[in-house]
Design a protein around this ligand. Structure first.
Ligand code: ADP
Ligand code: MG
Length: 699
């Protein structure tokens, strides 16, 4: 039996109590888990900062010095231990809120430590809460500059399993392991081609790198292994899904499309739009069922792509539908599409929860009889009683408002599932698209129609409020409309609403009736009231719209040219970008003004800076991923399913791209991994993704 499947107690220094603790605190159940408990960083003893040289912009710092004295402050829940740490160039405060007794007993004064921690500034003084401290002398492995640091918890620390103890135990474990315990799991020819180091060596070096080149080689190999396995699994899933679901074949482009394209297209398509239509055409003509994600920044012209795709369906004798997340958006699509196809004499219908009685019955009957060719609406389209004669293509706009369930509901509308095109204006970083939508094909419109003026983005704080009001007056005098957006989050809902209310009242004083009209829309209003207020703005009855982020998705008011975002520092990057996309839709110069408080966190500063620098949604989404990490981005918790232990979707895009290419090539030749060269990998995949049998639930 391999040592890897042994119980933890097998190791010296781990008794039943400690084994139990490791299970509870770190989810480590076996020797193999322990081996996969990688250091989260390495202490590089050569890189020590000086207190006097800190600027306050550092997030984490590593210092060398000693604690001159401790002090116990506060009582009850406010009780804390404060230590003064100095490196001769300056003094910094250390604070502990938990484990106080243990710290006071184990940390010595006037003894040299290497300190690592997150720097914060408070009352113009630096401090570090719960720093990691390590004796300078304790590093007995003299040859190494990179000592591993393992994540730990207060409990583990106080019960003899701190980072140092973990280091000792893992070192002991590695000495017992031989290459036979960690055989290769990647095809040998790939290991050779990519010059990867062996699996055995990568485990040795990831824990105890003799120097940084070894560490890099180990990380590179282990990340590649993880990402390749993930891609193989995703692509196999995609292939299997496609093998079992046949799609309609739209053999020709058809008369409908051709006539529209030749005579009624209102503008020349951009190259990006042309490219995407070709990709779609190829899919729907191929006999497989299309499942395509269309990404394109706000204003990039997805609607016309949707319409042209629907016309192909019509030309092949099928019906098509387009679904939007809100009534206003659906209405806007309906109006613009009906207008566009008027000369073709195509019947277009509209359906939503508010279409009732006779009108509704007429729509439903015409749909079932096949007279109605295009149906546009809200999620009401998904209801059971909506029956098509022959639905060939379903398009979903703004996909992040629709769940997976709704996508599945579309499938059941017909014996053979219709082709599905999902359109989203929230650019998804490439790496995430390959992961979360790895089973969808992705098309990108990466070019805006010509002649768009870039939106000018500016950062203001309270001292410029008067100037802002003056600017708003000028724009309104030119006949433009203005959005003023406030954040609203559940945790501080009451305060946020109050804030919006105050802002609204202040604006009423500056822009009094009857010369000015202001709309207000927020999430706490009844849907009817919301729609009413939105409609007033859309119809130009009001000049200013004060709102929470409910306007984030969708409304198209080309006459609105100013977007003011209050407390902009509280919004995430992609949200800011979505909001900004509400303006810049007409011929006029548009503006986005980010109002913030004076003091911003370093992340907040960075976000505002990026917004002022670029209008490119893809650059912004990459920056968002970098700043927040993948865990926080909508929908990415799914990536946890792949059990990524070392690869980081925010940083390892290049490795992921290679992994995907290689996975594609492997499966192209050997879809079921039956080739003897791939057998080790197949076995490893089966074991690694044992729990992932039912994949349909995550796409
Ligand atoms: P989105 O991708 O945000 O849905 P739309 O489809 O609403 O964008 O298009 C935004 C605006 O750009 C619309 O007014 C549309 O008519 C116009 N538009 C789209 N494509 C082109 C093009 N190739 N040339 C000029 N204008 C275009
Ligand atoms: Mg749109």
């Amino acid at each position: 039996m391999s040592i890897l499947s042994s119980k933890l107690e097998f190791l010296k220094g781990i008794g039943p109590a400690k084994a139990d603790l490791l299970k509870k605190e770190l989810d480590i159940h076996s020797v193999e888990d322990l081996l996969n408990h990688f250091p989260f960083r390495y202490v590089d003893k050569t890189k020590i900062q000086k207190i006097a040289e800190l600027t306050g912009d550092e997030d984490y710092v590593q210092l060398k010095g000693y604690i001159t004295h401790f002090q116990l402050l506060g009582s009850g829940r406010g009780k804390r231990l404060v230590g003064q740490f100095t490196d001769q160039t300056g003094i910094i405060e250390l604070v502990w809120f938990q484990g106080i007794k243990w710290i006071a007993e184990t940390i010595n004064k006037n003894t040299e430590y290497i300190l690592f921690g997150r720097l914060t500034e408070f009352n113009r003084k630096y401090n570090i809460a719960h720093p990691e401290l390590e004796l300078t002398q304790s590093n007995n492995t003299k040859s190494t500059f990179l000592a591993p640091v393992y994540s730990s918890t207060e409990k583990l620390n106080s019960r003899g399993l701190d980072a140092k103890a973990q280091r000792r135990i893992i070192k002991q474990l590695l000495e017992k392991i031989s290459p036979a315990d960690l055989p290769e799991v990647l095809p040998q020819y790939i290991v050779e081609k990519l010059k990867l180091i062996s699996r055995f060596h990568s485990f040795q070096y990831i824990h105890f790198p003799p120097e940084s080149a070894y560490l890099q080689a180990a990380q590179n190999r282990l990340k590649f292994e993880e990402l390749l396995c993930m891609q193989l699994k995703i692509l196999q899933f995609k292939n299997r899904k496609q093998a079992i679901t046949k799609g309609y074949v739209f053999e020709k482009v058809g008369e409908t499309f051709n006539e529209f394209y030749a005579k009624h297209l209102p503008f020349e398509l951009t190259n990006a739009q042309k490219k995407v239509i070709k990709e779609i055409r190829k899919d729907i003509g191929s006999g497989k069922q299309m499942n395509r994600l269309l990404q394109g920044d706000v204003g990039s012209g997805k609607t016309i792509v949707a319409l042209l795709s629907m016309l192909i369906a019509l030309g092949n004798g099928y019906q098509a539908c387009l679904m939007a997340p809100t009534e206003i958006l659906a209405q806007q699509h309906f109006q613009s599409i009906e207008e566009l196809v008027k000369p073709l004499n195509i019947s277009v219908g509209y359906l939503s929860g508010s279409v009732k009685g006779k009108t509704r019955n007429q729509v439903l009957a015409a749909l079932k009889a096949g007279h109605l060719k295009i149906l546009i609406g809200t999620h009401a389209l998904l209801e059971d009683w909506v029956e098509f004669e022959k639905i060939g293509l379903a398009i979903i706009d703004e996909q992040h408002r629709f769940g997976v369930k709704q996508r599945a509901a579309l499938w059941s509308k017909s014996a053979i599932p219709p082709h599905i095109l999902v359109m989203t204006a929230t650019p998804i970083p490439r790496t995430l698209a390959m992961t979360l939508y790895g089973d969808l094909d992705v098309s990108v419109i990466d070019e805006l129609p010509p002649g768009r003026k870039d939106i000018k983005t500016m950062h203001f704080n309270e001292s410029k409020r008067l100037r802002l009001i003056g600017f708003m007056r000028e724009e309104i005098a030119k006949g433009r409309q203005i959005y003023v957006v406030y954040p609203l989050i559940e945790e501080s809902e009451k305060l946020d609403l109050l804030d919006l209310q105050n802002g609204y009242e202040a604006l009423l004083r500056e822009f009094p009736m009857p010369d000015f009209q202001i709309s207000v829309v927020h999430g706490k209003m009844k849907p009817e009231d919301k729609e009413y207020e939105m409609a007033r703005f859309v119809n130009k009855q009001t000049q200013i719209m004060v709102a929470t982020t409910v306007i984030e998705v969708g409304v198209n008011v080309p006459n609105a040219s100013v977007m003011i975002i209050e407390h902009a520092e509280r919004f995430g990057l992609s949200q800011l970008h979505q909001l900004r996309g509400r303006v810049g839709r007409g011929a006029d110069q548009s503006f986005c003004i980010l109002m913030t408080s004076y003091k911003l966190s370093s992340d907040g500063k960075e976000r505002i800076k990026i917004m002022c620098e670029t209008n490119n949604g893809f650059i912004i989404s990459e920056a968002d991923l970098r700043l927040r990490g993948p865990g926080d981005i909508e929908g990415t918790r799914q990536s946890g399913l792949f059990g990524l232990n070392i690869a980081d979707l925010a940083k390892d895009g290049a490795i992921l791209t290679t992994a995907r290419e290689i996975a594609l090539r492997i499966l192209d030749q050997d879809p079921e991994l039956k080739d003897p060269r791939h057998l080790v990998t197949k076995r490893f995949l089966d074991k690694r993704f044992k729990e992932l049998q039912d994949w349909s639930s995550i796409s």
